[in-house]
Design a protein around this ligand. Structure first.
Ligand code: CO
Ligand code: ZN
Length: 366
């Protein structure tokens, strides 16, 4: 497992950097430095997406592989006279995951400010208060300041962003826990796939997208610019193989390989993966003996669902990395799944031909 230490190292590097939606520049810088040796061209577009292009030998056809670099977080919305910060969410960050968490903020001049989300201790809480989860507007961040002036002197301003303050913890069985694995594990796979990809026949665009957590925005603009013939997003999905969830609802399981998504969610915003992409991914996984599972999920979606709607439509699918406790500071993934996701993405890009890309598009009947 020569890949293990490298993947773990990249994951540690990428997860510690605060990068909530709209504030991805720190993460993007590190991704750029890691992926740069493996691509022919590299640029940042107007919206902030990082795009790396590996040229195809045929000079025809475009494949897009996307993983988002943003994470959930909080905006500072108000500073109290006594130095506490009030916050509003960035993306889906439920109140119950915030209680008693450590959070961190990077000021405009680069200083790190740490804080905690405190609560009234049980000793003085009313019995009914102990039963319920406070609302976002009741929560506050304590950075240790005792006045608004101290907060300002520390460089903190309304509009600054906070994220969970957590290191990567190594668990048993090659499993790791940490924050922002959604979707930094996908980004790690993306970089690894770029490294492993040797001679693609079609142009392969590796895109580190921004603002996924607030509506798949970076994927929309980058897909428009690239205009791919086919696309795959790499993102986490729900590994529900935990106590309290009926086995029929174990959408994916940790360590059983990347999940080839069939469908996620039944809403207008969800994805029904293109059947030709699904079949292609399955055949590639079989051919190269990459372990995989099939995913029929109940909710959530990925960049693929917006890329699919680009221009006249793009055949798109998702390779999912099973993750437990998504959108928390203790998301858990299996490093084998991360590596196998990179392998599957690499083979996908390697096996795609201009002929296949033409074949999966629309056709003239008369
Ligand atoms: Co997410
Ligand atoms: Zn995600």
């Amino acid at each position: 497992m020569a890949w293990r230490s490298e993947i773990l190292d990249w994951l540690k590097k990428l997860t510690v950097i605060p990068g909530p939606s709209g504030r991805e520049e720190g993460v993007r810088e590190v991704v750029a430095s890691l992926i740069e040796p493996f691509v022919d061209k590299l640029w940042i577009d107007t919206w902030g997406n990082l795009v790396g292009l590996k040229k195809g030998s045929s000079g025809e056809g475009k494949l897009m592989i996307a993983a988002h670099i943003d994470e959930i977080g909080l905006f500072v919305s108000h500073i109290e006279d006594d130095g506490f910060l009030r916050v509003v969410p960035i993306g889906g960050i439920p109140e119950r995951t915030l209680l008693y968490q450590r959070v961190v903020l990077r000021t405009r001049d680069g200083r790190l400010v740490r804080g905690v989300i405190g609560l009234k201790p049980p000793h003085i809480a009313k019995p009914e208060e102990l039963q319920k989860i406070p609302e976002m507007r009741e929560l506050f961040v304590d950075i240790g300041a005792s006045s608004r002036e101290e907060v300002e002197k520390a460089g903190v301003r309304v509009g600054d962003v906070l994220v969970f303050d957590r290191d990567v913890a190594e668990l048993m069985n090659n499993r790791v826990a940490g924050k922002a694995f959604d979707d930094r594990v996908g980004v790690v796979s993306l970089i690894k796939a770029a490294q492993l990809l040797e001679e693609p026949k079609v142009d392969t665009y590796f895109v580190a997208t921004v603002q996924e957590e607030v509506g798949l925005k970076g994927a929309r603009t980058s897909a428009f610019a690239i205009s791919p013939d086919a696309a795959v997003a790499i993102d986490v999905t729900i590994a529900s193989d935990i106590p309290g969830v009926a086995k029929a609802e174990w959408f994916t399981r940790l360590g059983k390989g990347p999940a080839i998504k069939i469908v996620d969610g039944r809403s207008a915003s969800g994805l029904i993966a293109h059947p030709r992409i699904v079949e292609f991914l399955i055949s590639i996984a079989e051919k190269y003996k990459v372990p995989y599972q099939l995913e029929v999920a109940a909710g959530g979606t990925t960049d693929a669902s917006i890329i699919a709607l680009n221009k006249e439509g793009v055949p798109a699918g998702t390779i999912s990395i099973p993750s437990r406790y998504i959108h928390s500071p203790v998301e858990v993934v299996d490093l084998n799944d991360v590596y196998n996701t990179a392998l599957l993405a690499k083979y996908f890009a390697e096996e795609a031909t201009p002929e296949w890309l033409r074949e999966i598009k629309g056709r003239v009947l008369k």
